[in-house]
Design a protein around this ligand. Structure first.
Ligand SMILES: Nc1ncnc2c1ncn2[C@@H]1O[C@H](COP(=O)(O)OP(=O)(O)OP(=O)(O)O)[C@@H](O)[C@H]1O
Ligand SMILES: [Mg+2]
Length: 224
């Protein structure tokens, strides 16, 4: 199994895009890869069920025939911090349903790519951190760095926090989310020099592009 946990320097910086590109890259390499967004806040009603955009994108990028509830066991209506969205919905986000869904996916896959929420320190609930989930499943972490002004500090703080939580940072991916960012190449060099893990690739600024086309920008190590 090739399990991964995808975190990021912030919310809205390219975790879903990178996770989908990772799924396509893994599948192009011959692996059965499935995406997962265990906790998603911000959902719409589709045929009476809550559905989240990220989870749907991950479901579409992975192997066919996977049940939505296993991709996204906690679908919370309001686009808020999960703790608040869960409270509004009267739901308790807990580890066991996530672990059970992950096990069902892992039974059908060679790789499960799990997207986290927001940045690394964003809590999953009042009592559950993303580090708890990552520890429970022994997942290596990939950090997506959204390339924009301020990303150096966000990236280095994230890497420090991941290490402080006793979690392995397996690699990082840069996503050129802000087309107005200046000196992008220089920033990538500085990130390469300072982040304590290899760069798996740089996703160019490509609004609206099919993530399958971005897979070729990634070099995933054979094992993590
Ligand atoms: N390299 C890129 N080129 C163009 N647009 C990008 C790029 N990376 C991210 N974006 C855009 O930025 C927005 C946020 O990206 P994405 O949804 O992947 O972020 P996220 O980190 O998963 O956010 P969230 O915290 O909400 O899950 C999307 O509209 C996405 O298409
Ligand atoms: Mg996302």
């Amino acid at each position: 199994m090739f399990p991964l946990y995808v975190t990021g320097t912030d919310t809205g910086i390219g975790k879903t895009l990178s996770s989908c590109a990772l799924l396509h890259a893994l599948r192009a390499g011959g692996l059965r890869a499935i995406g997962m967004k265990p906790v998603a806040s911000g959902c719409m009603r589709v045929d009476g069920e809550w559905r989240n955009e990220d989870a749907l994108a991950l479901q579409a990028a992975g192997e066919a025939g996977i049940a939505y509830v296993d991709v996204n066991p906690f679908a919370l209506e309001h686009p808020l911090a999960p703790e608040l969205a869960a409270r509004d919905a009267g739901i308790e986000v807990e580890l066991p349903p996530i672990l059970a869904a992950h096990a069902r996916l892992a039974a059908r896959a060679d790789a499960v790519v799990m997207e986290g929420v927001g940045g690394w320190a964003a809590p999953l609930s009042a009592t559950l951190t993303q580090a708890d989930l990552v520890h429970a499943l022994r997942l290596p972490v990939v950090l997506v760095v959204g390339l924009r002004l301020g990303c150096l500090s966000h990236a280095l703080l994230s890497a420090r926090a991941i290490a402080a939580d006793g979690v392995q940072l397996a690699g990082w991916i840069a996503s050129h989310v802000d087309p107005a960012m200046e000196r992008v190449e220089d920033n990538i060099v500085m990130l390469r020099e300072r982040l304590p893990a290899p760069c798996w690739g740089v996703l160019p600024h490509a609004p609206g592009v099919d993530p399958a086309l971005l897979a070729r920008h990634l070099r995933i190590p054979e094992r993590v």
